[in-house]
Design a protein around this ligand. Structure first.
Ligand SMILES: [Mg+2]
Length: 331
């Protein structure tokens, strides 16, 4: 068992210092969104399949390079990769079951989410039927059913002669992760009682996670991988993690500090004004959050981006995102 601190709905030890203690239903809701490949699992489900039953690792590397150089879109290349598979689903799954390693602390983290009413959602550029089967296998169907998967769908012929992604969005990426998070946030806010604003958490490992990461209040990046590198290069605030135990510890701390500072009212102690702005522009439901936001330069930057140089953007984020808690170099 991890040395977990129970998140204080009513912070007993601090009650003397807090004249207005929130009732349990006023506790701020935390909502987690997580990438799948390289984040919950250490490998990439698609790569395992393509290497074993499709185009093979050499061709895959050439195709990956075409995405990186911009020669072809992610969606176009992905269609070629998935189209190269000639294997029935169950046979293809065997190699995944043998090769995939789940983050060593994911299961206990997910149990913590369930015990603390923290919804956990997967946001992935992969194919939903595969991800679901992987979760069913590694977590069991009951726990898996508690995880919502937001990903592309797929049509897979019974004899394995055709694997075809059904893209979630009509864009070059096929799945606009930022849009999915923003939609989920709007939905979540409608369900929060008394205008409570949820704290949105994103967990990822790669550059493709960046659009989604920018929509979150709190960002976790797997240590030593590309998302972390990008955050450092662009001075974007993030917490590094080696396993989901680090994430759990940090969220417990954030929840405790938020309860002490806000008692679950108004904006979270850590929040991302950029995410807020996106919501405000995109949704009529955003009024409560709008009312408690003070206007900022970020707002102008978002509405009239051409008036601001690109160089100013990262600098501004450093100053504005999560002003209250600075991610320490891992204690
Ligand atoms: Mg990933």
């Amino acid at each position: 068992m991890p040395a977990a601190i129970t998140p204080p709905a009513v912070p007993m030890a601090k009650s003397m210092a807090l004249p207005h203690i929130s009732s349990p239903d006023q506790k701020r809701k935390i909502i987690c969104f997580s990438d799948f490949d390289g984040t919950i699992f250490m490998q990439d489900t698609g790569h395992i399949l393509f290497d074993a039953h499709g185009c093979g690792s050499k061709r895959r590397e050439i195709l990956d390079e075409q995405i990186k150089t911009g020669e072809r879109s992610f969606r176009d290349v992905s269609e070629e990769m998935w189209g190269s598979l000639k294997v029935p689903f169950d046979d293809g799954f065997e190699v995944m079951e043998q090769t995939l390693e789940i983050d060593r602390d994911f299961q206990s983290f997910h149990n913590w989410c369930l015990a603390n009413d923290v919804p956990f959602n997967v946001i992935s550029a992969g194919l939903k039927p595969i991800l679901r089967k992987v979760l069913d296998t590694f977590l069991g169907e009951e726990a898996s059913a508690r995880i919502e998967i937001v990903a592309n769908d797929a049509e897979i012929k019974d004899d394995g002669s055709e694997w075809k992604p059904i893209w979630r969005h009509d864009t070059e990426l096929g799945h606009d992760k930022a849009l999915s998070i923003a939609e989920a946030r709007s939905e979540a806010e409608l369900t929060c009682e008394n205008g409570t604003v949820p704290l949105i958490v994103f967990i990822g490992d790669g550059v493709s996670d960046l659009p989604a990461a920018r929509e979150a209040d709190v960002l976790f990046a797997r240590r030593g991988l590309r998302l972390e590198e990008y955050c450092i290069e662009n001075q974007i605030k993030y917490y590094p993690f080696d396993s989901f135990a680090d994430i759990q510890k940090r969220l417990e701390q954030i929840q405790k500090e938020d309860a002490e500072k806000t008692a679950g009212k108004g904006l979270p102690a850590i929040f991302n004004p950029r995410a807020n702005l996106w919501r405000r522009v995109s949704s009529q439901q955003a009024v409560p959050r709008f009312a408690i936001m003070s206007p900022s330069k970020e707002e102008k930057m978002f509405l009239w981006p051409e008036a601001f140089s690109e160089l100013k953007t990262p600098q501004f984020e450093v100053n504005e995102i999560s002003a209250s808690i600075v991610p320490p170099a891992q204690a």
